[in-house]
Design a protein around this ligand. Structure first.
Ligand SMILES: NC(=O)c1ccc[n+]([C@@H]2O[C@H](COP(=O)([O-])OP(=O)(O)OC[C@H]3O[C@@H](n4cnc5c(N)ncnc54)[C@H](O)[C@@H]3O)[C@@H](O)[C@H]2O)c1
Length: 242
């Protein structure tokens, strides 16, 4: 029997790459889809050299036709991981409507298009996992990003209700502070201030995210739908005072 196919968007870098590697180790045939062709090829090649079943496709998923074509060229997906996302810090009064549009095109619309196209052919037991962000609860200096991730959470719940009767389970993860190149750009003071808000006192790793996605995408996971799993070391619990 052919291995089950998992499509991981934004799989050339960061969390997407860790998720792709983890799902390949879980036994999926993994397709990395990313707009960064050279990086996608390099990383897929590296994973193949480890004996993992990984292919790469180059596509800008904000292009609706390209996103639909990408899904149509695959066998029915057993798992779709909508991880591709963009982030941008900008002062509240400087955010323009085009900034919102750009953020929505990738962080919400690409995921919605891919989900709709994939769900047409998915079989019962298939999983969709959307990578939202703890920022969906609110954060400063990126209202367009916060709004796009909150919209993705809303979409996750709507899609879960539509697709659960077909045996397709849709959930989301909401990572908090995760150790990626982005984090290494923070000043030591800013990083210390962020870590002080974490009951666990550390940033998450990309493997922490991959573990959670692996659980939500697993073939035996059969009774969770429309949930948002916060991967933030307890930050979303709020402050420690009364
Ligand atoms: N890094 C964090 O701390 C953090 C926290 C919470 C949520 N997230 C979310 O996790 C996801 C992954 O973040 P990351 O830190 O690994 O980012 P990253 O920048 O390392 O990786 C994102 C990948 O998505 C790809 N991508 C972006 N737009 C695309 C498009 N239009 N078409 C195809 N590919 C595209 C990029 O080329 C890149 O390879 C994003 O959705 C992000 O919003 C990240």
């Amino acid at each position: 029997m052919n291995p089950a196919t998992a499509l991981v968007t934004g799989g050339a870098s960061g969390m997407g790459l860790a998720i792709a590697a983890r799902l390949a180790r879980d036994g999926f045939r993994v397709v990395i889809a990313d707009r960064n062709g050279p990086l996608a090829r390099q990383e897929a090649e590296r994973l193949r050299a480890q004996g993992l079943d990984v292919a790469e496709r180059v596509a800008d998923l904000a292009d609706e036709a390209a996103a639909r074509a990408l899904v149509r060229e695959q066998p029915p997906l057993a798992a779709l991981i909508n991880n591709a996302g963009i982030f941008d810090e900008r002062a509240f009064f400087d955010v323009a409507s085009d900034d919102y549009r750009r953020m929505y095109e990738v962080n919400l619309l690409a995921a919605a298009t891919l989900t709709q196209e994939a769900a047409r052919t998915m079989r019962p037991g298939a999983k969709i996992v959307n990578v939202a962000s703890r920022a969906c609860l609110g954060a400063r200096n990126h209202p367009h990003y916060v709004a796009s991730k909150a919209a993705l959470v809303g979409y996750t719940r709507a899609a879960a209700m539509e697709l659960a009767p077909r045996g397709i389970l849709v959930n989301a993860v909401a990572p908090g502070l995760i150790d990626t190149p982005l984090l290494r750009n923070l000043t030591p003071q800013r990083l210390a201030a962020q870590l002080a808000l974490q009951p666990t006192g550390r940033a998450g790793s990309v493997e922490d995210v991959a573990n959670a996605v692996s659980f939500l995408a697993a073939p035996h996971m059969d009774f969770i739908a429309g949930q948002v799993l916060f991967l933030d070391g307890g930050k979303s619990l709020g402050g420690s005072g009364i």
